[in-house]
Write a protein that binds this ligand. Structure first.
Ligand SMILES: [Ca+2]
Ligand SMILES: [Ca+2]
Length: 122
């Protein structure tokens, strides 16, 4: 639940699997993140009035995205040239943690990451 609406991934047969929302009255496509295919938004997690999730825009691979109620945008391309596969998004100590694969250090395993996006100071 985010902004009093339910968010989920679905496909309408035209835009591929993308982020949708249902506010109790109407179904709406939030954003066609991957213009040429499916973005498969997953791991939807609300943090600091943003909806965070992993998705593939077809350009950057599977990376961390956020939706602020108006715009969906890439948080950061953690693995340039590949997928970072953000997973297990968890809020702890006012920060968003998740597992992701990055090119460094020189290991092939996943790393625990903290989001580079921070809530603006209040
Ligand atoms: Ca699409
Ligand atoms: Ca990438």
């Amino acid at each position: 639940m985010f902004n009093n609406a339910l968010y989920f991934q679905a496909t309408d047969g035209t835009n591929g699997y993308e982020l949708w929302k249902y506010d109790g009255a109407a179904l709406a496509l939030v954003s066609n993140i991957n213009l040429t295919g499916d973005s498969f938004p997953q791991n939807l997690t609300v943090f600091s009035n943003r909806l965070f999730f992993s998705a593939n825009d077809g350009v950057h691979g599977y990376e961390l995205w956020k939706y602020d109620g108006t715009n969906a945008s890439l948080v950061t391309d953690l693995n340039p040239g590949g997928d970072s596969f953000p997973d297990q998004l968890t809020i702890f100590n006012n920060a968003l943690y998740f597992v992701a694969t990055t090119p460094t250090p020189a290991t092939n395993g996943g790393n625990v990451m903290e989001t580079s996006w921070r809530p603006p100071p209040t």
